[in-house]
Write a protein that binds this ligand. Structure first.
Ligand SMILES: [Zn+2]
Length: 574
């Protein structure tokens, strides 16, 4: 049982309670529990075993007992009850954007919809029109939502995939005779979503490893079990393939199974032109059929006249040309990051105080952070008005005076209202060390209007960073319509940085946009948008996307020294 499996159980419970229109407090507490567990960077199993589970903020005694139950038995009594409930089979419908619990129950009662397939059929046949309060527009929206849902099922966020992969690697590494183990595939290339996980191993004890692999706790189904390859389906639906490989061709296999397919095609063609055959088994001289490389990836690249190319760049999107010209980027690394410039505290919808966030960030080795709570337009988050923000800034400064070893900058994530005005007065904004601006409402605006809105927002000379510039939430919400090239141009003109939000289901800007921003000379800010101290660790996902976007340390303002950062921020406020 991994954290996400436990979280899913609590989410299922919340879904059923919601369908049954039960006590909202109870629903919210299950929902919150799911989120806390899902976002925990430590394994619940370990925390329970070490008796530390109640130390996690948001996990009380009652919840801790349920988590223990789930870890021990794979379920809880209440979950088993819920699964028998007549409403349980309607929970799939809630995955469709635009379908809430009330509508799901109505669709079920009035036209017998039980599954997503039923819903699609009803929409296509125009049956939804006959329901009270439904029109053609809603029908269209639901069909679009179904399409989006189908596209996202089977794809996991990088954070979820890594959680599984790392847990499996840890178990397998402990087995005697494993001399090398690697993640390959799209997860090694750090794509924002992952279809399945590939693991490669060098080992003399194949039997032991395959036994351990196919009997992991998290395995729901063994799809294949052999001496060199096994595949399992985890409880969460993610497929994991494990291959055992000989040392002599390990580098070739690692390269081949890392992909991408497009990258591999170019490698093969390149080899061919040099009289070489490049495959997962090695690099061979076509004439003599002798293997000339294959032990390591470096060897494979060298055989075709290339330097090592980082996995994140292997998309055939210019990496070969850059390698030949000697202009491959020196990609940014997590260690280059000196601070985090977006996080929320108890003042709005965060779980921790300013001091707690600062202490955790200090533990990560950061030199500075910015506290950036929401402004009042984001009502669900308890956003601050002018007066409250002014007081919060004072409190942040006070905390900064007391704290040694890290600089706490005062900031805000100010809302860009529908007409492009900002939600806080210039007078108060000018008191902030750093101002992030962002859109949190009116996502369905036409493209031109949205682009103008954001241009106006960042046109305010007090704004330093445009936060989560396209508003997408992976597997949940499509980006709003926006002319991103125009926004990049405007950011350049206005000396505004664009955020790469490192929250694993945002990762917005995405890789290609990061690269476009870099090419245009626009700086990027990688921030976690943390709502709890543990989430500050999500920076690794932002760095993964930054690397896919060819970013180097100098392209990212979070790598600057405090003095350098202050200089960058002051550049705007002339
Ligand atoms: Zn935001």
């Amino acid at each position: 049982m991994e954290n996400i499996d436990i979280a899913r159980i609590f989410d299922d419970i919340a879904d059923v309670l919601e369908l049954k229109d039960e006590n909202p407090f109870r629903i919210r507490s299950y929902r919150r529990a799911a989120r806390v567990i899902h976002d925990m960077p430590e394994d619940a199993k370990t925390l329970v075993a070490e008796g530390r589970i109640t130390e996690v903020r948001g996990i009380g005694k009652g919840l801790a007992e349920k988590i223990e139950d789930i870890i021990k038995t794979g379920t809880t009594e209440f979950y088993e009850e819920i699964k028998q409930d007549a409403f349980f089979h309607l929970t799939e419908l809630l995955n469709i954007p635009g379908i809430g619990p009330k509508l799901a129950v109505k669709l079920n009662r009035e036209i017998g919809v039980e599954t997503v397939d039923d819903l699609e059929e009803a929409a296509v046949k125009g049956k939804l029109n006959s329901l009270e309060g439904m029109g053609e527009k809603i029908e269209e929206k639901i069909l679009k939502g179904i399409e989006q849902y189908r596209r996202s099922t089977g794809r996991f966020t990088i954070a979820d995939a890594i959680t599984y992969a790392e847990a499996i690697m840890k178990t397998l590494k402990a087995i005697k005779g494993v001399s090398r183990i690697d993640i390959a595939g799209s997860l090694r290339r750090m794509r924002e979503t992952i279809g399945d996980v590939d693991i490669l191993v060098i080992s003399k004890s194949a039997g032991l490893i395959m036994d351990a692999f196919t009997s992991l706790d998290s395995v729901a189904d063994v799809l294949a079990k052999g001496d060199t390859k096994s595949s399992v389906l985890l409880r969460s639906g993610i497929q994991v393939d494990l291959r055992i490989l000989p040392q002599a061709s390990y580098g070739s296999a690692l390269h081949y199974f890392t992909g991408s397919k497009d990258h591999n095609v170019v490698m093969r063609d390149r080899g061919k032109r040099m009289g070489l055959k490049v495959s997962e088994y090695g690099v061979f001289d076509t004439k003599s059929e002798k293997r000339i490389a294959g032990k390591t990836e470096k060897e494979v690249f060298r055989a075709v006249g290339l330097p090592f190319i980082s996995p994140e760049l292997r998309e055939n999107s210019g990496e070969f040309e850059a390698a030949d010209r000697g202009t491959l980027p020196h990609l940014i690394e997590l260690d280059d990051i000196r601070g985090d410039l977006q996080m929320h505290t108890k003042a709005t919808d965060g779980a921790n105080t300013v001091e707690e966030m600062a202490r955790y960030a200090k533990g990560l080795g950061y030199e500075y952070i910015a506290i950036t709570d929401h402004s009042k337009a984001v009502r669900v988050a308890g956003g601050l008005d002018d007066k409250e923000l002014a007081a919060h800034i004072k409190a942040i400064r006070k905390a900064n005076d007391k704290m040694d070893g890290i600089e706490i900058l005062s900031g805000v994530e100010v809302d860009i209202l529908k007409d492009g005005r900002l939600d806080i007065s210039d007078e108060v904004l000018s008191e902030c060390d750093v101002v992030l601006a962002a859109v949190h409402s009116g996502f369905t605006m036409p493209r031109d209007e949205m682009t103008e809105r954001i241009k106006r927002g960042i046109g305010n000379p007090l704004v330093n960073i445009l936060a989560h510039p396209t508003g997408r939430i992976i597997n949940e919400r499509e980006p709003y319509e926006i002319d991103i090239e125009e926004i990049i141009r405007e950011a350049k003109t206005q000396h505004v940085a664009l955020e790469l939000n490192s929250y694993p289901n945002r990762l917005d800007l995405k890789d290609v946009h990061c690269r476009a921003a870099k090419d245009a000379g626009v700086k990027i800010s990688t921030n976690t948008d943390s709502h709890a101290d543990l989430q500050l660790r999500n920076m690794r996902y932002g760095i993964a996307t930054a690397r896919r976007g060819w970013l180097e340390p100098d392209d990212v303002i979070n790598t600057y020294s405090l003095a350098g950062l202050k200089k960058f921020l002051a550049g705007r406020r002339r």
